[in-house]
Design a binder for this molecule. Structure first.
Ligand SMILES: [Zn+2]
Length: 403
């Protein structure tokens, strides 16, 4: 059955895919490489740079690599450990994770944080694949005390899947990251959506449960990050924001928050806004109502439990949405947030390109889209914030933009 009848660009720079009312089945989802370890590469853009690694001495069994990254001010490290099933019991995983942290701080005492992810070797498929067995995060200030705290069960920056591991629902994660908002629906729905967007573009603010931009009369923009949190990049993003005194909105993937819950608590401590980016980073318009509701509700529940705060904002993975998605999100009290300014950081276009695109698109009421786990976005961040400040913009959260 022919599916996509029309692709038309919106005035927002977004695109729309309409289907006839009787052919609203989703496009077949192609097999994906799990996102995270492998950055998507768009035509004409560069592959992700190879990151520096630390050599641990003595070597720790199971450690595949310890990647090190800087945000221009400080460095963090992430150790990847793969354990065969016979070796993958929680105590063994924790011992090796602890040894990796100690060895990494010994190898480079200037690190601000060492994070570890331990996976089952047989099922490991990268960051977007099956969840780790255990994760551990040790900021420099706690490198001498975390072992004692672990032994008494008082250490808060450790997570373990438990035994047996909870199976994940059979949903295929969306490989595409956010580039353009894509509306999928019938012609009538498309017309209504265009009208809503046109009003939102002219007047700004929340319209019909959607936020496309803030008030066009105020020199204020929202800084938003998608696909949060990643155990190597996220501590560095937080550090860069804290240095600039800027609060951002983080669109969190539920499964990432599940495996790295302490990063959500870091967001709260930093005064940032925590928002919903679905539990499995899936293409929502192709799912049933119950599946869509479950993706949003389970993420809301987890984030509220971790942060103690209600969740107000949601962004659909890949920017792909439909009238059904909007209605379900609104029913859960969520405003759906898009963006005005996408520097394309995840395509690895080069730091200068990210900065030039950002400066070109900076407008009152703008919503800036960056990604966690995007090296060019992280490298450009201090300069982006400087440019915005020099041009008289206040940079803050999506929530601040709507006040
Ligand atoms: Zn995303």
């Amino acid at each position: 059955m022919k599916l996509l009848l029309l692709c038309a660009a919106l005035g927002t720079g977004g695109s729309v895919q309409t289907t006839s009312a009787q052919t609203t089945r989703p496009a077949p989802i192609p097999p994906v490489t799990p996102p995270g370890q492998v950055q998507p590469v768009a035509p004409g853009t560069r592959p992700a740079p190879v990151l520096a690694t630390l050599r641990l001495s003595p070597a720790v069994p199971g450690v595949q690599k310890v990647e090190v990254l800087s945000n221009g001010f400080v460095k963090a490290a992430h150790a990847l450990i793969l354990l065969p099933a016979r070796d993958a019991a929680a105590p063994r995983a924790l011992i090796l994770a602890t040894q990796s942290v100690l060895a990494a701080f010994r190898a480079d005492p200037s690190l601000i944080e060492v994070d570890v992810s331990v996976y089952r070797k047989e099922t490991y498929q990268g960051f977007g694949g099956p969840l780790p067995l255990l994760t551990l995060s040790v900021p420099r200030a706690q490198q001498r005390t975390f072992q004692a705290a672990l032994q008494t069960g008082q250490y808060g920056r450790v997570w373990s899947q438990g035994n047996p591991a909870t199976p994940e629902p059979e949903l295929t994660p969306l490989q595409e990251l956010e580039r353009l908002p894509v509306f999928i629906g019938s012609q009538a729905e498309l017309l209504r959506q265009r009208l809503t967007q046109a009003t939102a573009q002219t007047r700004g603010g929340i319209r019909g449960g959607l936020l496309f931009k803030g008030t066009p009369t105020r020199r204020q923009v929202a800084l938003t990050f998608d696909d949060v949190p990643h155990p190597l990049y996220f501590p560095l993003v937080l550090d860069a924001l804290q240095r600039a005194g800027v609060k951002a909105t983080f669109f969190v993937i539920g499964r990432n928050a599940q495996a790295y819950p302490y990063f959500v608590q870091d967001m709260v401590k930093g005064g940032h806004e925590i928002a919903n980016h679905t539990f499995h980073h899936v293409r929502l318009p192709g799912l049933s109502d119950a599946q869509i509701r479950n993706e949003l509700q389970s993420t809301n529940d987890l984030l509220t439990r971790l942060s103690g705060q209600p969740v107000r904002f949601f962004r659909p993975p890949g920017g792909q949405y439909s009238a059904r998605v909007l209605k379900i999100a609104e029913g859960l009290g969520l405003t759906t947030v898009f963006w005005t300014d996408d520097p394309g950081d995840f395509q690895n276009p080069g730091v200068e390109t990210v900065e030039a695109r950002f400066a070109r698109n900076l407008r009152p009421g703008g919503i800036i889209l960056l990604h966690d786990n995007a090296p060019d976005g992280l490298a450009a961040l201090p300069d982006l914030l400087k440019v915005a400040r020099e041009q008289g913009y206040t940079v803050s959260t999506a929530g601040a933009l709507t006040r």
